[in-house]
Design a protein around this ligand. Structure first.
Ligand code: NI
Length: 161
Protein backbone atom coordinates (compact mmCIF):
# COMPACT_ATOMS: atom_id res chain seq x y z
CA UNK A 1 0.00 0.00 0.00
CA UNK A 2 1.05 3.58 -0.47
CA UNK A 3 0.16 6.97 0.87
CA UNK A 4 -1.32 9.07 -1.93
CA UNK A 5 -1.12 12.84 -2.16
CA UNK A 6 -4.17 14.70 -0.96
CA UNK A 7 -5.67 17.25 -3.31
CA UNK A 8 -7.01 20.46 -1.84
CA UNK A 9 -9.06 23.36 -3.14
CA UNK A 10 -8.98 24.79 -5.78
CA UNK A 11 -8.07 21.55 -7.67
CA UNK A 12 -10.79 21.18 -10.36
CA UNK A 13 -11.20 17.42 -9.83
CA UNK A 14 -12.77 18.18 -6.43
CA UNK A 15 -15.62 19.89 -8.29
CA UNK A 16 -16.22 17.15 -10.87
CA UNK A 17 -18.73 14.34 -10.80
CA UNK A 18 -16.89 11.03 -10.48
CA UNK A 19 -17.64 8.03 -12.71
CA UNK A 20 -19.18 4.74 -11.63
CA UNK A 21 -16.83 1.78 -11.25
CA UNK A 22 -17.67 -0.85 -13.87
CA UNK A 23 -15.33 -3.65 -12.81
CA UNK A 24 -14.05 -4.15 -9.30
CA UNK A 25 -10.63 -5.39 -10.33
CA UNK A 26 -7.12 -5.36 -8.91
CA UNK A 27 -6.63 -1.68 -9.67
CA UNK A 28 -9.72 -0.77 -7.65
CA UNK A 29 -8.63 -3.00 -4.76
CA UNK A 30 -5.19 -1.35 -4.79
CA UNK A 31 -6.77 2.11 -4.92
CA UNK A 32 -9.02 1.27 -1.96
CA UNK A 33 -6.07 -0.05 0.08
CA UNK A 34 -4.01 3.03 -0.68
CA UNK A 35 -6.97 5.27 0.21
CA UNK A 36 -7.34 3.56 3.61
CA UNK A 37 -3.65 4.07 4.31
CA UNK A 38 -3.85 7.70 3.15
CA UNK A 39 -6.94 8.35 5.31
CA UNK A 40 -5.18 7.06 8.42
CA UNK A 41 -1.97 8.94 7.63
CA UNK A 42 -4.04 12.14 7.46
CA UNK A 43 -5.98 11.26 10.65
CA UNK A 44 -9.26 11.30 8.72
CA UNK A 45 -12.29 9.06 9.23
CA UNK A 46 -13.35 9.05 5.59
CA UNK A 47 -11.90 9.66 2.14
CA UNK A 48 -13.28 9.78 -1.40
CA UNK A 49 -11.27 8.84 -4.52
CA UNK A 50 -11.37 12.29 -6.17
CA UNK A 51 -9.49 13.64 -3.13
CA UNK A 52 -6.50 11.57 -4.26
CA UNK A 53 -6.96 12.50 -7.91
CA UNK A 54 -9.04 9.53 -9.10
CA UNK A 55 -12.49 10.50 -10.46
CA UNK A 56 -14.19 7.19 -9.60
CA UNK A 57 -17.05 6.44 -7.20
CA UNK A 58 -15.02 4.83 -4.40
CA UNK A 59 -15.08 5.86 -0.74
CA UNK A 60 -13.43 4.51 2.39
CA UNK A 61 -14.54 4.96 5.98
CA UNK A 62 -12.56 4.46 9.16
CA UNK A 63 -14.68 5.11 12.20
CA UNK A 64 -12.90 5.18 15.56
CA UNK A 65 -12.96 1.70 17.18
CA UNK A 66 -14.51 0.10 14.10
CA UNK A 67 -13.20 -1.80 11.13
CA UNK A 68 -12.37 0.22 8.04
CA UNK A 69 -14.58 -0.41 5.05
CA UNK A 70 -14.82 0.42 1.37
CA UNK A 71 -17.93 1.28 -0.66
CA UNK A 72 -18.00 1.17 -4.43
CA UNK A 73 -20.69 3.18 -6.27
CA UNK A 74 -22.37 4.23 -3.01
CA UNK A 75 -25.79 5.85 -3.11
CA UNK A 76 -27.92 7.38 -0.40
CA UNK A 77 -31.33 5.71 -0.61
CA UNK A 78 -32.91 7.29 2.46
CA UNK A 79 -32.28 10.31 4.68
CA UNK A 80 -34.20 11.00 7.89
CA UNK A 81 -34.22 14.15 10.02
CA UNK A 82 -31.77 16.98 10.32
CA UNK A 83 -29.14 17.94 12.84
CA UNK A 84 -26.46 20.58 13.14
CA UNK A 85 -22.92 19.20 12.92
CA UNK A 86 -19.39 20.55 12.95
CA UNK A 87 -17.48 19.42 9.91
CA UNK A 88 -14.08 19.67 8.30
CA UNK A 89 -12.53 18.22 5.14
CA UNK A 90 -9.02 17.04 4.31
CA UNK A 91 -9.34 18.88 0.98
CA UNK A 92 -10.26 22.18 2.66
CA UNK A 93 -7.44 22.49 5.20
CA UNK A 94 -7.48 25.16 7.84
CA UNK A 95 -11.24 25.49 8.28
CA UNK A 96 -14.29 23.90 9.83
CA UNK A 97 -17.93 24.83 9.69
CA UNK A 98 -21.39 24.16 11.03
CA UNK A 99 -23.88 22.66 8.63
CA UNK A 100 -27.05 20.57 8.60
CA UNK A 101 -26.78 16.85 7.99
CA UNK A 102 -29.35 14.07 8.22
CA UNK A 103 -29.93 12.29 11.52
CA UNK A 104 -29.93 8.92 9.82
CA UNK A 105 -29.07 7.70 6.35
CA UNK A 106 -29.39 4.42 4.50
CA UNK A 107 -26.68 3.85 1.91
CA UNK A 108 -26.26 1.07 -0.60
CA UNK A 109 -23.19 0.15 -2.57
CA UNK A 110 -20.82 -2.73 -3.23
CA UNK A 111 -17.90 -4.05 -1.24
CA UNK A 112 -14.59 -5.04 -2.83
CA UNK A 113 -15.87 -8.53 -3.59
CA UNK A 114 -18.75 -7.04 -5.58
CA UNK A 115 -21.36 -7.96 -2.99
CA UNK A 116 -24.26 -5.50 -2.57
CA UNK A 117 -24.29 -3.98 0.88
CA UNK A 118 -26.76 -1.74 2.62
CA UNK A 119 -25.82 0.33 5.66
CA UNK A 120 -28.12 2.09 8.09
CA UNK A 121 -26.11 4.76 9.86
CA UNK A 122 -26.47 7.55 12.37
CA UNK A 123 -24.22 10.03 14.12
CA UNK A 124 -20.63 10.31 12.81
CA UNK A 125 -20.97 7.45 10.31
CA UNK A 126 -24.10 9.01 8.74
CA UNK A 127 -22.31 12.36 8.53
CA UNK A 128 -19.21 10.78 6.99
CA UNK A 129 -21.23 8.83 4.40
CA UNK A 130 -23.06 11.99 3.32
CA UNK A 131 -19.78 13.91 3.21
CA UNK A 132 -17.90 11.30 1.13
CA UNK A 133 -20.79 10.70 -1.28
CA UNK A 134 -21.00 14.48 -1.75
CA UNK A 135 -17.33 14.38 -2.83
CA UNK A 136 -18.28 11.96 -5.63
CA UNK A 137 -20.67 14.59 -6.92
CA UNK A 138 -18.18 17.45 -6.71
CA UNK A 139 -19.88 18.84 -3.60
CA UNK A 140 -17.96 20.07 -0.53
CA UNK A 141 -19.34 20.75 2.94
CA UNK A 142 -18.72 24.48 2.44
CA UNK A 143 -21.51 24.38 -0.18
CA UNK A 144 -23.94 23.55 2.65
CA UNK A 145 -23.00 26.56 4.81
CA UNK A 146 -25.94 28.89 5.40
CA UNK A 147 -23.54 31.81 5.55
CA UNK A 148 -19.83 32.51 5.85
CA UNK A 149 -20.33 33.20 9.58
CA UNK A 150 -20.62 29.44 9.94
CA UNK A 151 -17.09 28.90 8.61
CA UNK A 152 -14.22 29.13 11.08
CA UNK A 153 -10.47 28.77 11.11
CA UNK A 154 -9.57 25.31 12.27
CA UNK A 155 -8.99 24.15 15.80
CA UNK A 156 -6.82 21.11 16.06
CA UNK A 157 -9.35 18.61 17.45
CA UNK A 158 -11.95 18.84 14.69
CA UNK A 159 -12.78 15.55 12.99
CA UNK A 160 -11.73 15.44 9.35
CA UNK A 161 -13.75 13.49 6.79
NI1 NI B 1 -13.85 15.72 2.65
Amino acid sequence: MAILSMLTLPKPILRQKSKRVKNIDGSIRKLAGDMIETMHAASGVGLAAPQVGVPLRVIVLGMPEEEDFVLINPEIVRKVGERLVTEGCLSVPGYFGEIQRAQRVTVKGKDLSGKEIRIKAEELLAQALEHEIDHLNGVLYIDHLESNDKLHKVEPEVTLL
